[in-house]
Design a protein around this ligand. Structure first.
Ligand code: KMT
Ligand code: NI
Length: 178
């Protein structure tokens, strides 16, 4: 796992886009994100149990697995969005990027932070954080998606209305303290 500021320069979203700007050490905890390497599924089972997760599925995002809809799916995952639940992803194979928002919402210092994930990496994004996902230039990732009960991963794309969503407001008040 590697974490850095996204450079926001033109170019395909699947390129690394690594900015040289140094990242604050406390970045992940400031955003209330948990991320790390979990060597086996048994260690993921433990965290899932501790957080009362009961269900999971496995998704493969690749042209082979998805066929013609691959490009449109990848573009859709890259639309900035939030969820009303935590998003837990465990990478089983391949690699990809989760981008998360840092800085004051709508402020000049608001920037994308890119989390480059590969097999064995796990990320927990809190409810209400704006984020997006893309495959990298290898165009292949296999990930486990964990959820508490029913799959509840409706993506709410960024808009003034979603800014006012109670889960977004809770994240802003309790985590960003903005
Ligand atoms: C998401 O929420 O954007 C996804 O689940 C993407 C697929 S998981 C690698
Ligand atoms: Ni998401």
């Amino acid at each position: 796992m590697k974490i850095y500021y996204y450079d926001s320069l033109p170019g395909d979203q699947r390129e690394p886009h690594e900015s040289p700007d140094p990242l604050p050490d406390t970045l992940l905890s400031d955003l209330s994100i948990i991320a790390g390497h979990y060597p086996d599924v048994a260690s993921v089972d433990e965290i899932a149990k501790a957080r009362s997760y009961k269900n999971r599925d496995v998704i493969t995002v690749s042209p082979d697995a998805m066929g013609d809809i691959y490009e449109s799916k990848v573009k859709m995952f890259f639309d900035e969005h939030l969820h009303e639940d935590e998003e837990i992803r465990y990478i089983l194979d391949g690699s990809g990027f989760f981008d998360v928002r840092s800085g004051a919402p709508g402020g000049e210092d608001e920037r994308w932070v890119r989390v480059a994930m590969e097999a064995g990496d796990l990320i927990i994004l809190p409810a209400g954080i704006y984020h997006r996902f893309t495959t990298d230039e290898k165009n292949y990732i296999k990930a486990m998606r964990l959820f508490k009960d029913e799959p509840k991963w409706t993506a709410l794309n960024r808009s003034p209305e979603v800014d006012a969503n109670p889960y977004r407001q809770e994240y802003i008040t309790s985590v960003l303290k903005a």
